[in-house]
Design a protein around this ligand. Sequence first.
Ligand code: NOJ
Length: 970
Amino acid sequence: MRYGLGANRQWVALFALLGALACLLQPAASVKEKDFKKCDQSGFCKRNRAFADHAVAQASTWSSPYNLLSETIAFKDGQLQAVILKSIGTESETARFPVTVSFHKSGTARLTVDEERRMNKEIELRHDSKARKERYNEAEKLVIVGGIEHDSAAEITYQDEKQVNIKYGSEGKFEAVIKFSPFEADFRRDGVSHIQFNSHGWLNLEHWRPKVDKPEAKEGEETPPAGEDESTWWDETFGGNTDSKPRGPESIAMDISFQGYEHVFGIPEHTGPLSLKQTRGGDGHYAEPYRMYNSDVFEYELDSPMTLYGAIPFMQAHRKDSAVGIFWLNAAETWVDITKTKDASNPLSLGAGGKTNTHTHWISESGILDVFVLLGPTPRDMTKTFGELTGYTAMPQEFSIAYHQCRWNYISDDDVKDVDRKFDRFKIPYDVIWLDLEYTDDRKYFTFEPHSFSDPLSTGKQLAEHGRNLVLLIDPHIKKVDGYPVHSQLKSKDLAVRAKGGDAYEGWCWPGSSNWIDCFNPKAIEWWKTLFKYDAFKGTRENTFIWNDMNEPSVFNGPETTMPKDNMHFGDWEHRDVHNINGMTFHNATYQALLSRAKGEYRRPFILTRSFYAGSQRFGAMWTGDNQASWDHLGASFPMILSLGISGYPFAGADVGGFFGNPDTDLLVRWYQAGAFYPFFRAHAHIDARRREPYLLGDPFTAIVTSAIRLRYSLLPAWYTAFFHANRDGSPIVRPMFWTHPSEEAGFGIDDQFFVGSTGLLVKPIVEKDKESADIWIPDDEIYYNYFTYDVVKTQKGKHITIHAGLDQIPLLMRGGHIIPRRDIPRRSSAMMRFDDYTLVVTVAKDGSAEGELYVDDGDSFDYEKGQYIHRKFVLNGSSISSVDAEGRDGKSLRPGNWMKAMQDVHVDKIVVVGAPASWDKQKVQIASEGKTWEVKVHYYAAEKERAAFAVLGRVGAKIGEDWTIDLEA
Ligand code: NOJ
């Protein structure tokens, strides 16, 4: 050998150094981005963008080749049916697309377009594929739960050879104007156009065609320029993986314009701002469309339209006093371009800038075209109507909205028990401790590692002593190994996702070689249920709940870290058709399984999911995956969570502390203060991250974090009430400014502050290093108090105010006019607080009034569906405060169950009236309840400097579930 070992080592070191330097010089973004497709690496996205560009280049000479045949129109019972004819190329070839426009009692309209030839199965599949010949049309079955009852009052109000007009919605406020040549649809409210389909002519439905092998170009000869780019029609390769595409090109795309709307929100999950950016370049814009193709994106980028773990193709447009939206029901890979134009000539335009229109271009790889139209007019209408379609957030297990302690991994039963004791020793409340991957025996789910977790039941028992719970990770990949019954059952019952050849698909994930359960198969769900029975999953008990991870699905050796698109699911649908729903089907299977763990046990499941689709909110919480321990990631979590909240999925959170890396103490402290305002509040860390349980931080940080967690606990009644509203009508749990104040234009772009439910609590978490103040934008003329000091904040509507917030302080204001329910005694867990008395904090509005709500039930069962709940409305009105049933129920017909009976011993203990006028300056007041009256002591504190006057009523003693009135005049 020429070089001795030593010399060789030097070379290795030098190359390593050069390599490291090269990495440093590369923009960080490219490292991960190259693993995922850009639009021009995704054949159908590129083709559709090119189609749109071609249309734009042709300008006024462009005519969309889709014409609705007026003679085919039939209208009956709120539904219009017809056929759209597509002219193909220059020849007289055509393709027929049956179209349905339905009008629903809920006020939504729906356009569906299918391909006749595919409906009739008159196509040939290539490569001996066993896939279905139809376009995927079953998303509705998995996603839509209501709101599609036809509105038979919808009526045609005008029709000629060019168009048909249909009035629908309450009092015929809405109108669809469908033009025939080319096909266009214009959705109007009160006579004004809000949403337009195909007004740019970018509708593109790639029809089925047989593959015609063209003669190969001879050497030296140029390939003749084809009319269309066919290079990705028949197969497509990316990152070394080839997708076989047995049906050839089949994408669907359409332009959807929002007339007069500058802001569009929604289409999570992305890391950019709440108000979506334009995507075709220009200053500050993205150059790529927003992508929705659920993926396990390692170390994801911020401020990016790249895809992430979940997708909700719902978008709402907003302008002063008006909100409208669309839901693009498609489960395949989808891209959305957004551009905006100014329209100064429009008579509606006000001011110098003119009216802004937002144009969007939706592009999906396969499936039918299926779009819902929501005409608002308020953001509240949007979330309500969208929830009617896709379901509202499940009422959570009460514990699940408290604090969760997780890391990858707690390493043994003893470790868990020790962490549990330490939380107690440091008097830090927590409700749940989590076990990640390593609790399993060799990554075989439904087993425990026999040495470290030899006695999980005793762990569960210790946790239960203080009302705490254990969450276990269960992923959809099943280790392919002999002697593992879960795997042998999956195989023998034939319940796995299949590869294109028909055998169970095999890929690589945490356990090594694995197969994947196919939860589109109802039989797979039935089997999955058997695995969770207490006597099957030994070591689990009533306080064990589940975490579903990696369900995009993540496949380490798969294309773009997921499954090949030509894999096959139940019903012979290709994976391409159903990809974005896959995660939800797994979440649903686990939900069904937890519902049936034991006979007679009918409790609310708690399951966290990483992958999701519209509808996943019905099955439990989600979190934003593998973030980083950086300030930027802390800041990015809020637009993400707000976006999810207005898109029907409000039970959302981000890993507190950041998953990758080791947060500095100040970052961790700020993250806890922020996380205490995530609807889902869980700390989590990567296996390589140092331990960071709050008690390890030391003084004063442990104390600061403890008070942030305690703040969350004391406000749990308010949070739970916010969850109740999300469950009833889809209201977001944390609410952005545009949602609460839809008339205040300056607030539409704000996504770093929010209200908690309808409490009037306005939070602006600190997400920057060394920042000791917060600039809070004030949306209205109401009075605002500092939550902690009762200082009246000097505000002016539409202006920012600055408040000081040292590391131990959270910028939290109370808007005047609300009554906030709290529980003030710190305990170990939420369960230990279940029968504690309440405190009500009344924030007196400028006009002297205030109103609030409390919803409470047993937090565990489904008895609330039978009326077993307390729902109070509190009102401060001039000189009285009262509590009445918020739904006007008299309660007499209800036989109280055990929980309701126990609640008869729960009282309002304290009332704090912040901003109390001098009429409260007295020793005592009289309270009347249940036919009795008694006196309650008052301590009145006059205003001092900035601090508002306030009154504290101690030992009020009225039952929380009963009516009562405090009358200052009595
Ligand atoms: C990926 C998840 O995003 C992360 O939270 C988890 O810790 C690891 N999988 C290991 O299970």
